[in-house]
Design a protein around this ligand. Structure first.
Ligand code: P6P
Length: 335
C-alpha cells in the first residue's frame, strides 16, 4: 500500500524492516547519496548565477573538458561517502582510477562499492538543460578488510545490489531500485525533503517515442538506419515521435513515464558507442528492467556483459520492451 507523501527517509526505514537481518549499511548508503544529491542540486540550480559555469580547465579520462559543476558534483559525492565511511571503494567517470577507502585504522569493514557518473549530460549545463547523476552499487567480491581491487568494480551489471539516478530538471527527483521495483522521490527544496511522488514505476510495454542522435545517421549500423526508417514510416501506430535531449538520464526518464526507446549505438566513429558500461549503461539497465523495460547492446542483455575495463563503452538500446525487441530484429537482420 502506497503511503501518500511518504518521505524517502520513512520509505527507507520501512524497506529496511523488510530485511530484518541486513546490517542497514545499504540504507545508510542510500541516505548519504540523498544528502549529496541535495547539495549538488543546490549548486546546479544556481549555476547560472555564480561563476561555476564554463570549463574547469582540466579534462577527464574521457578527454572531455571538465565543467566546474562536474568537478564539484564529483567531489561532493566522493567526500560525502568518505565522511560517512560506508563504502570501501568508489569509481567515477571523472577519475582515471578507482578510489580505495581504507578507513581510520586501515581496517575498512564495509562491503559496498559505488560506481557513478556524478553529472551526466554536463555539456547541457550552460544551456540550462536538465542533467543527472547516475550511481551503481555492488557488494565487493574480495575479502572484507582488505583494500579493494579492480575485480570489485569489474562486475557484470546483473550483480548490482542497487542503482539509481538523480535528475536535476524542472523538479529534482531521485529514482532508484534495490531489486524490488523502482520508486521515484521528488525533492521539496523548501523543506529539503524527498517525497514518494512516483511509487512502483512501470515502463510502458509499448511506446511511440524514439530517442537517438540522428545527426550520426550516416555512421550508424545498417540495422539502426532501417529501424529509424521503420519508426518514420506511415503504418500501424507509426510514425513515432522523435525526442532527443542529449542528456541520457532525462531521455530515459521521459521514456520511462511516457514509453519509448533510447538508442546510443556503435558507429563507424565509435566502435562501442559513447556510453560507459559500468556507471551509465548498467545502472540505467537495472532500473529499466526492474520497471519492466529492456536494456541490451542491440543483441544481448547489457547486464550480462563481463566488463574488462573501468571506463569501457557499450552500445545501448533501452526502453519499452516491444520497441527494443523490434530494434533488435533489425539489428539481427542487417548485421
Ligand atoms: P551526443 C552526455 O554527455 C552523454 O554522456 C549522455 O548523457 C547523452 O545521452 C550522450 O552523451 C549524448 O551524446 O553524442 O548525442 O552528444
Amino acid at each position: 500500500m502506497v503511503k501518500k507523501n511518504q518521505t524517502l527517509g520513512e520509505f527507507i526505514i520501512e524497506n529496511q524492516q523488510a530485511f530484518p537481518y541486513s546490517s542497514g549499511e545499504l540504507s545508510r548508503l542510500i541516505r548519504s547519496l540523498r544528502l549529496a544529491a541535495k547539495v549538488v542540486n543546490h549548486e546546479v540550480n544556481k549555476a547560472g548565477l555564480v561563476d561555476i559555469l564554463g570549463l574547469h580547465g582540466d579534462t577527464n579520462i574521457q578527454g572531455e573538458d571538465q565543467q566546474k559543476l562536474d568537478v564539484y558534483a564529483n567531489e561532493t559525492f566522493i567526500q560525502t561517502l568518505i565522511n560517512r565511511e560506508i563504502v570501501c571503494g568508489i569509481a567515477s567517470e571523472e577519475n582515471d582510477d578507482f578510489i580505495t577507502i581504507s578507513g581510520k585504522n586501515n581496517d575498512n569493514k564495509n562491503k559496498y562499492v559505488v560506481l557513478m557518473d556524478p553529472l551526466d549530460g554536463s555539456s547541457n549545463i550552460d544551456v540550462n538543460v536538465s542533467v543527472g547523476t547516475i550511481f551503481s552499487i555492488y557488494r565487493r567480491v574480495t575479502p572484507i578488510g582488505t583494500p579493494v581491487t579492480k575485480e570489485d568494480f569489474l562486475q557484470p551489471g546483473n550483480q548490482q545490489v542497487a542503482a539509481g539516478y538523480i535528475i536535476y530538471g524542472t523538479s529534482t527527483m531521485l529514482v532508484y531500485t534495490t531489486g524490488c521495483g523502482v520508486n521515484g522521490f521528488t525533492l521539496n527544496p523548501a523543506l529539503g525533503s524527498w517525497y514518494l511522488s512516483h511509487p512502483d514505476m512501470k515502463f510502458p510495454e509499448n511506446g511511440s517515442i524514439y530517442s537517438m542522435n540522428e545527426g550520426n545517421y550516416v555512421h550508424f549500423p545498417e540495422g539502426v538506419k532501417k529501424y529509424i526508417k521503420y519508426c518514420q514510416e506511415e503504418k500501424e501506430d507509426r510514425p513515432y515521435t522523435s525526442r532527443y535531449i542529449g542528456s541520457m538520464v532525462s531521455d530515459i526518464h521521459r521514456n520511462m513515464i511516457k514509453g519509448g526507446i533510447f538508442i546510443y549505438p556503435k558507429s563507424s566513429k565509435a566502435n562501442n558507442g559513447k556510453l560507459r558500461l559500468l556507471y551509465e549503461c548498467n545502472p540505467m539497465a537495472f532500473i529499466v528492467e526492474q520497471a519492466g523495460g529492456k536494456a541490451t547492446d542491440g543483441f544481448n542483455r547489457i547486464m550480462d556483459i563481463q566488463p574488462k575495463e573501468l571506463h569501457e563503452r557499450a552500445p545501448f538500446f533501452c526502453g519499452s520492451k516491444n520497441m527494443v525487441n523490434k530494434a533488435e530484429e533489425f539489428m539481427r537482420k542487417y548485421s
